[in-house]
Design a binder for this molecule. Sequence first.
Ligand SMILES: [Zn+2]
Length: 256
Amino acid sequence: MRDLASLRAPQVSEAVSDEAILIQPVGAIEQHGPHLPFNTDYVIAEESARSLIALHGEQLDLWLLPTIAYSKSDEHSWSEGTIWMSSTTMLAMLDDLGRCLARLPAARLVFLNAHGGNSSLLNVACRDLRRRHGLSTFLLHPFVPPDQGGELAAGEGGLGIHGGHLETSLMLHLRPDLVDMNAATANLPEQLITNRFVRFGGVAGFGWLSDDFGPDGHIGDPTSATAEHGRVAFDNAIAMLAAALAEVRRFEVRRR
Ligand SMILES: [Zn+2]
């Protein structure tokens, strides 16, 4: 397994070439409604990275970094059990990470992010790490959140952003033992469907907390989720990521 943390010190300079791509999965530990576990985003980030490396690691020269568990989940700060970092802490942590990784021969770092609440900060960090530490940085999502231009599940009105059909299907595929479909209910706030501008992915951005839209904390409709849909979505995501990483590998950047 191409797992950086499992190497012994003298192996690093031999195993990790300057053409290698470092894969940094980014998860979260945050409430996902009554039917999904806190570690939903962690599981999706880590399983996506492991699958990518198992299928394409040799060909694309990928190296796995340990999954970041705690990240910017402050929209769920009202929920006990959610463990979150502030934006300033997370940016500082990512800067420290970049400083450490820049000592490796590899020049390319890819954040593989499974929590939509991290995306803005990770884009900021990508530029910071490029400028401060010379790394070539990239941000990929196994599943682009619907509020950031990703595909919308039919029937959810563009609201399946948290614990909805897709995430629930993925968890039924990856970790069915952690899912309680008896507790799955739809939560589809009407005004976010009918609004033209103030909506997820709309022209007017808005600051929101996940309990703004009801007490259960999820947003979307998980009731029709299936493991089979999760398997297909997961396999498609891995194929898309592999194609994207092939382009990352060819992407010319000036060494700094
Ligand atoms: Zn999630």
